[in-house]
Design a protein around this ligand. Structure first.
Ligand code: NAD
Length: 298
C-alpha cells in the first residue's frame, strides 16, 4: 500500500505556484488576490478560511478574509459580492459554506462572477465542466485530479465508484472521472444514500472515492484488493484531547489500507488538495484577468 500524501503533493504544487507568481511580480505585474467571505463563527469554517488565507499568502498572493455576523441579510451579502465583482483588484472570491438558514446558498454562489468563482460552484463553470471545456473546477474534485495526476495513477478504462452525489464533491467528481481526458476516461458508478447493496458496487471499484460524510463507513471488507481509495470525508468527533475533537474520514483507514494499493489519509489527504485546487483556480483566474494566456489544465 502506498500513501497518497496530500501534504507532499500540495507542497509541491505550492512551490510551483510561488515561483510562477514571483516571476509575474518581478515583471512588474500585481499579485493575484483572493477574497474569502465567512458568515458566523462555525469552528470548522473558521479553520478552513484561515488555512485558505495562510496558504494563499504563502505562495505570494494577496488574501483578505471578510468576516460577517450571522445577522447579515441575504441582500447585504449579495451587495458585498456585487462590490467585489466590480473590484478590479480581486481575481478570485469564495463564500465559505454552510451559510445561515435565512440565506440561500445557491443565490449567493450564483451571484459571484463565473471568472472569479474559484470554488467552481457557479452554474456557468458547472456547465463548462460538463461539456469538457477548460474552466474553474470545484476545488475538491480538482484537488483529487491533481493528486491522481501527481502519482500517475492509471484511470483509463477503470471502474470508478463515487459514493456521494453532492453538488460540491460527488456529482462533479463523477463527471470529471468520466471525461475524455487524463485523469478520467473511467466507467463511473455514482452511489448515494438510496443505493441498495452498496458493497456490490464498492467491491468492483478500481478507484473508490468516498464523500458520504459518514465517518468510517467504508471498511476494508468493502474494498476490492488493489483498489485506489480516496477519502474525502472530514468529520469532527468529540474527543478527550487538547482540541476536544478528532478528525475522521469516511473510510476506516486501518482496515482499508490492508487491501488498497493507494489510499489517502485523513487528515493529510484530500483536505490539503482542496486548498491546492483553490490556489490553482485563483492563479488561473488571475492569469485570465491580467491577460496571461497559458492557464493550467488537468
Ligand atoms: P453531503 O452531505 O452534501 O453529501 C453526502 C452524500 O453522501 C449524499 O449525496 C448522500 O446521498 C450520500 N450518502 C449518505 N449516506 C450514504 C450511504 N449510507 N450510502 C451511500 N451514500 C450515502 O456531503 P458533501 O458536502 O459531499 O461532503 C461529504 C464529506 O466530505 C463530508 O464529510 C465533508 O465534510 C467532506 N468534505 C471534505 C472536503 C475536503 O476538502 N476534504 C471538501 C468538501 C467536503
Amino acid at each position: 500500500m502506498q500513501l497518497l500524501d496530500g501534504k507532499l503533493v500540495s507542497e509541491t504544487i505550492k512551490e510551483k505556484l510561488k515561483t510562477e507568481i514571483e516571476s509575474y511580480v518581478s515583471q512588474g505585474k500585481r499579485k493575484p488576490k483572493l477574497v474569502a467571505i465567512i458568515v458566523g463563527d462555525n469552528g470548522a469554517s473558521q479553520t478552513y478560511v484561515a488555512s485558505k488565507e495562510r496558504n494563499s499568502k504563502a505562495v505570494g498572493m494577496d488574501s483578505d478574509i471578510i468576516r460577517l455576523e450571522t445577522t447579515i441579510t441575504e441582500t447585504e451579502l449579495l451587495d458585498l459580492i456585487a462590490k467585489l465583482n466590480n473590484d478590479d483588484t480581486v481575481d478570485g472570491m469564495l463564500v465559505q459554506l454552510p451559510l445561515p438558514k435565512h440565506i440561500d446558498a445557491n443565490k449567493v454562489t450564483d451571484a459571484i462572477l463565473p471568472h472569479k468563482d474559484v470554488d467552481g460552484f457557479h452554474p456557468y463553470n458547472t456547465g463548462q465542466m460538463v461539456k469538457g471545456v477548460d474552466t474553474l473546477l470545484p476545488a475538491t474534485p480538482y484537488g483529487i485530479l491533481l493528486m491522481l495526476e501527481h502519482y500517475n495513477i492509471p484511470t483509463v478504462g477503470k471502474h470508478c465508484v463515487v459514493i456521494g452525489r453532492s453538488d460540491i464533491v460527488g456529482k462533479p467528481m463523477s463527471i470529471l472521472m468520466s471525461r475524455n481526458a487524463y485523469p478520467g476516461n473511467c466507467t463511473v458508478t455514482m452511489c448515494h444514500s438510496k443505493t441498495q447493496d452498496l458493497n456490490s458496487y464498492t467491491l468492483r471499484a478500481d478507484i473508490l472515492i468516498v464523500a458520504s460524510g459518514i465517518p468510517e463507513m467504508v471498511t476494508g471488507d468493502m474494498v476490492k484488493p488493489g483498489a485506489v481509495v480516496i477519502d474525502v470525508g472530514i468529520t469532527r468527533m468529540d474527543a478527550d484531547n487538547e482540541k476536544g475533537y478528532v478528525i475522521k474520514g469516511d473510510v476506516h483507514f486501518e482496515s482499508a489500507k490492508e487491501v488498497a494499493s493507494y489510499i489517502t489519509p485523513v487528515p493529510g489527504g484530500v483536505g490539503l488538495m482542496t486548498i491546492a485546487g483553490l490556489l490553482m483556480n485563483t492563479l488561473n483566474a488571475y492569469k485570465k484577468h491580467v491577460g496571461i494566456e497559458e492557464a493550467y489544465t488537468v
